[in-house]
Design a binder for this molecule. Structure first.
Ligand code: PMP
Length: 427
């Protein structure tokens, strides 16, 4: 299988020490020891182009972020039950990127915890428990959130209070208005909940529908669904763990593409560029209700080191024109991919916003039959050329392209050459 002895040994140690629930990427797993910008390096010094890591969003080991981390770590790290400016400076700065209605923030360490907290707050505010998510959603690892993460597969039983709706897939919409169709599905899910005596708490969606297969268009398509959940007394929670912090190029948050203001927003991954910091932003009336009845303390969430890191990430996003770059290079990359589609029949659709791009591979453009097999070959073929990428969607036939946002046109060219070459080989 092409795996070298040194890496075979690491695989064996992982299995022995970590058990079977961990999964590696690629038939020939990649061994990395260092990262810088858009590059990862193996122990022999070979460079891999990272076209997939949306966590190290302003670039692996960005010096400004690393300096902020080590500076604060050398001065003070503690929790949120003392007075300290760092958390307040960061909270102020972060909330400045949101519409004024969203004026409170609570800090966690992971996106899962942020979603878990949002779910608790939605329950306390609405008095309901019912949740609506998309058919292949992923929202996290806690018991409550894994039970609303159908992409985890058959091993997970969805909660009795959870309903799934098909993702808003423009490519397969056959001329239907995707927003209307999505809204209708949400209404049906609500009706079914109510028929079973379940009161709706919230509609929770990843606003770029990452694990469902990347759905970005047409802008605004979320509006009917959000209207439906609100009419039923439920809330709209935007999960920005994937699209947040400028990835979509046009705005800091994916929900902005849809011209609406969520009731709560959760975020994580790129927030600390690799350091574990995450958060939930909410309308104050929701957190008033939550805070009246319970206290919240998260030992590590919102600690000064994490907040200093978060602040530094925002400084880089502003100082280095990260959104503009995501917009420019994202458009360039989509154009390049559409060019490749003219020569490679297997490319059925190119979609996305900024540097969050989905490329759907199909056996036949007329029937749109998914081609998971070619997608796996392409992903592994690119890996052999030291280009890192992965796939998503119900048939694992959608390339998920989301490089660090410092990705340049020259990196896009290298990626496009790789895709062209591998597709040529696999025919
Ligand atoms: N929501 C979405 C949309 C995600 O993609 C993820 C992580 N893949 C999470 C939540 C959970 O975040 P974390 O892994 O930080 O708990």
């Amino acid at each position: 299988n092409g795996v070298a002895p040194r890496e075979q040994e690491l695989i064996a140690r992982r299995q022995k020490l970590l058990g079977p629930a961990y999964r590696l990427f690629y038939a020939n797993p990649v061994h990395v020891v260092r990262g810088e910008g858009v590059w990862l390096y193996d122990p022999d010094g070979n460079a891999y182009l990272d076209v997939y890591n949306n966590v190290a969003s302003v670039g692996h080991c960005h010096p400004h972020v690393v300096a902020a981390l080590s500076r604060q770590a050398a001065v003070l790290n503690t929790h949120t039950r003392y007075l300290n400016d760092t958390i307040l400076d960061y909270a102020e700065k972060l909330l400045g990127y949101f519409p004024p209605e969203l004026s409170h923030v609570m800090f966690t360490c992971t996106g899962s915890e942020a979603n878990d907290l949002a779910y608790r707050a939605a329950r306390s505010f609405t008095g309901g428990t019912g949740m609506i998510v998309t058919r292949l959603a992923y929202h996290g690892v806690t018991v409550a959130i894994s039970e609303m993460s159908p992409s985890l597969g058959d091993g997970i039983t969805l909660g009795a209070h959870v309903r799934t709706v098909p993702a808003p897939d423009l490519y397969r919409a056959s001329g239907q208005d995707v927003g209307e169709a999505f809204g209708r599905a949400v209404r049906e899910a609500i009706a079914d909940m109510v028929a079973h005596g379940i009161r709706p708490a919230a509609l929770l969606v990843d606003t770029i529908f990452s694990s469902d297969g990347v759905f970005s268009d047409p802008p605004g398509f979320l509006q009917p669904a959000v209207a439906a959940i609100r009419e039923a007394g439920g809330l709209f929670i935007a999960d920005e763990v994937q699209p947040g912090f400028g990835r979509t190029g046009e705005a800091m948050w994916g929900f902005m593409r849809h011209g609406l203001v969520p009731d709560m927003v959760t975020m994580g991954k790129p927030m600390g560029n690799g350091h574990p910091i995450a958060a939930m932003v909410a309308k104050p009336e929701i957190l008033d209700r939550f805070g009246e009845r319970t206290r919240y303390f998260n030992t590590f969430g919102g600690n000064p080191v994490s907040c200093a890191v978060g602040q530094a990430v925002l400084e880089v996003i502003e100082g280095e024109g990260i959104l503009e770059n995501a917009r420019d290079v994202g458009a360039y990359l989509r154009e390049g991919l559409r060019g490749l589609a003219q020569r490679h029949e297997v490319i059925g659709d190119v979609r996305g916003a900024g540097l969050f791009i989905g490329v759907e591979l199909v056996r036949d453009r007329a029937t749109r039959e998914p081609d998971g097999e070619s997608t796996a070959k392409l992903v592994n073929g690119l890996r052999e050329r030291r280009i890192l990428i992965s796939a998503a969607g119900p048939h694992a036939n959608v390339l998920k392209i989301r490089p660090p946002l410092v990705f340049q046109r020259e990196h896009a060219d290298r990626f496009l050459e790789g895709v062209d070459a591998v597709l040529g080989e696999i025919g």
